[in-house]
Design a protein around this ligand. Sequence first.
Ligand code: FE2
Ligand code: FE2
Length: 279
Amino acid sequence: MASTTPAGLEIKPRHMDFDLPDPLPRHWHSGDAFKSHLFDAMSVLFPDGERFFIDSVRQFRDQITDPVLKEQIRGFIGQEGHHSREHLTYSQRLRDLGYDVTAIEKRAQARIRFTQKKFPAKRQLAATAALEHITAIMANGLLTDPRTMEGAHPVMQRLWRWHALEETEHKAVAFDVYNQVCGSRKLLRRAMRMATFFFVLDTFRGLVHMLKVDGLLWNWRVWRDGIKWTWGKHGVFRPLLREYLDFFKSDFHPWQHNNLDVLYEVRKEYDPQPLAHAG
Ligand SMILES: [Fe+2]
Ligand SMILES: [Fe+2]
C-alpha cells in the first residue's frame, strides 16, 4: 500500500492571512508566561524545520510512482510552505518584543545544515517522519483538549488550530514516502529518539530565553504552574505519551490514531466550501 491516508481525504493548503496582533501581547495565552512562551518557543523552530521537511521529502519525489501519494506530496509541500510563512510573521512579532529569535533560529539552522551534510537522505526523511509524528499528536491534543488553548488570544487560537488541522491532514505523507523508499523501522526509531531529544532541548532553550527576558526565569510559581499544566495529573501533554510511544511499534502507521471526525469538525471553521472527505 502506497498511501495510508484515508482514501479520498484531500490535502490542500489554505491561503490564510492572519492579522496577528501587533504588538503581540507578551503573554497572549491566558496572561500566562509559561503557556505563551512554550508555544512561542515551538513556533520559532517551525519555519526552518518545515523547510527541512519539504527538502527531505522532495529528494524522493521522483521515486514515487503512486499518483495518489504524489498528489499528497504536493499538498504536503504547499501546506508546510504556508505554515512557514505565517510563523515567520509570528517570529517577527516576538523579535519586536525583544526576544533574540535570531539566535534560536541560527542554532536550528546549524543543526539542519549538519544533518543535511552528514546524514544520508533516507535518514533525513526518517527524521522528518519522526518529527511529523510528534507534530501530529500535539496537533490532535490541541484540537481535542480545550484546555490547550483556553484563554488564548482569539487570533492566536485561530493560527494554531489552522496549523494543527493541516498537520493532521498530512500526518502520514512523509511516513508513507519513507516506507516506499526505505522502510527500515530500526532507522526510523533511531531517528525518533534523536528528533525527540533535539526538539525538547530546543523548545526548552527557547522557553528559558523568553522567560529570562521577561525577568521570570527564577519565578518558581511560573515553573510550578507550567509543569502542572503540561505534565501534572491532568496535564495537557500527559495523554500524548502513549501515542508517542506507539511510533515504536513495528506495525505503526499514523492513521492508526484515527481522528478523522475531529478533522472534519475543525474543517468547518476554515473551509467555506467543504473539501473532499475520506470514504
Ligand atoms: Fe507545519
Ligand atoms: Fe507537517
